[in-house]
Every structure is written in structure tokens, then in C-alpha cells.
Write a protein that binds this ligand. Structure first.
Ligand SMILES: [Zn+2]
Length: 200
């Protein structure tokens, strides 16, 4: 998922932003416990399936949107099989209701996009912004390489341990997006994700 003010902060006043968002260290809550995950995971998975089924009729293959640069970074098959759903507000799973009350603020967050498996919701206002699609496509690769259970566990633990901005799966997506925005140098996005996941 992607938050507008964060990418602006990364591209411009990088050091100042890093200070304001320094990890909180000792005061961070514990990681998602196996018990919490065991209870929440099947319900989040079910919520994702229901939500995607509801919106599937509005889903558009990324390849059909004819972005100029995305095909240089992502396989054609990925751009054909991945679809996006333009929407006014991206849907978030009911984490607080599933016993994960400490994610309530995250759940209420206003994001430009959010990815579930190989579908992503994107705000109508940014649907033509190639970089937002680039960011969510990095998450599509993460979902596929990790599988849903490992992705959600890693994402939840990353939020708990580091907060949204510094969670490893988000750092990866923002780092790739910043490279995409700053330079026209082409890299293989899938290899980039595979390499970074290997270091997590
Ligand atoms: Zn993201």
C-alpha cells in the first residue's frame, strides 16, 4: 500500500523525514503472537476473498492501461494477470475487530493503493500515476514469492516492529518506487524483490 505524504517525504527532505519518523525503540509493542495470527489469519484471508470477488467486475488488467515504462520493469505475464480496481477509498481488513486493536490507526489510514494477492485497489485520483502502479506491483510480487500466509505474517510483524514507513515490505516497495521515479535506469523488479526478500 502507498501513502502520498510518505513518498513525497522520501523524494525530497529525506534526512529530516527520517528523524521525524525514527523508530520508537523500546516502546514498540510485541510482535503479532502466534495465537493472534492463528485467529486473525483465516478471517483476513476470507475477507480478502470476499472483497476481491465483490469488485472483480471492475478489475482491469494493468497491461490494458498501456503505461509506457512498466513493461520495462515487469514481465508481460505479470501485467496481464494483475488487475487494478479504481475506487474512492481503498478497502482495509477489519483488523481491530479481529483482535488486533493496535492496528486501528493503520486500518483507518488513507492510502493511495492497497494490494491483495494479484489485485490492487487504487484511488481514482491517482489511477493515471504510473509510480503508484509501480509501487503496488512490487507488493504483487511480494505476495506471490512469499505466499499469502508468509506475506501477511511478515507485513503484520513489520508494522509492529518498525511502524508502517520502516516495515521491510514497505521499505522495499518505496525504495523501488523512488528508483523508478528518480532515474530511467531499468532494473528487473522481480529480481529486485527476490534479492531483498532473501535478506529479510
Ligand atoms: Zn506499499
Amino acid at each position: 500500500m502507498r501513502r502520498r505524504e510518505f513518498i513525497a517525504a522520501m523524494v525530497y527532505p529525506l534526512s529530516e523525514f527520517a528523524q521525524r519518523h525514527a523508530p520508537l525503540g523500546q516502546s514498540r509493542p510485541v510482535l503479532v503472537t502466534p495465537e493472534e495470527f492463528h485467529i486473525a489469519y483465516p478471517q483476513v484471508e476470507a475477507w480478502i476473498q470476499t472483497t476481491l470477488a465483490t469488485y472483480e467486475k471492475h478489475a482491469q488488467p494493468i497491461a490494458s492501461m498501456h503505461f509506457a515504462r512498466l513493461p520495462r520493469y515487469f514481465d508481460h505475464d505479470l501485467l496481464e494477470s494483475t488487475k487494478c480496481i479504481p475506487i474512492d477509498r481503498v478497502p482495509m481488513p477489519p483488523l481491530a475487530a479481529l483482535g488486533l486493536g493496535r492496528f486501528a490507526a493503520f486500518e483507518e489510514g488513507d492510502f493511495d493503493g492497497v494490494t491483495y494477492l494479484n489485485r490492487y485497489f487504487i484511488k481514482q485520483t491517482v489511477v493515471t500515476e504510473e509510480a503508484v502502479h509501480f509501487h503496488e506491483l512490487i507488493h504483487v510480487i511480494q505476495w506471490r514469492l512469499l505466499g499469502p500466509e508468509r506475506f501477511l505474517r511478515a507485513y503484520a510483524n513489520g508494522l509492529d516492529e518498525f511502524g508502517y514507513e520502516n516495515s521491510p515490505l514497505e521499505r522495499m516497495a518505496y525504495d523501488a518506487e523512488v528508483s523508478f521515479k528518480r532515474s530511467s535506469a531499468i532494473f528487473d523488479a522481480e529480481k529486485f524483490v527476490a534479492k531483498r526478500l532473501g535478506r529479510m
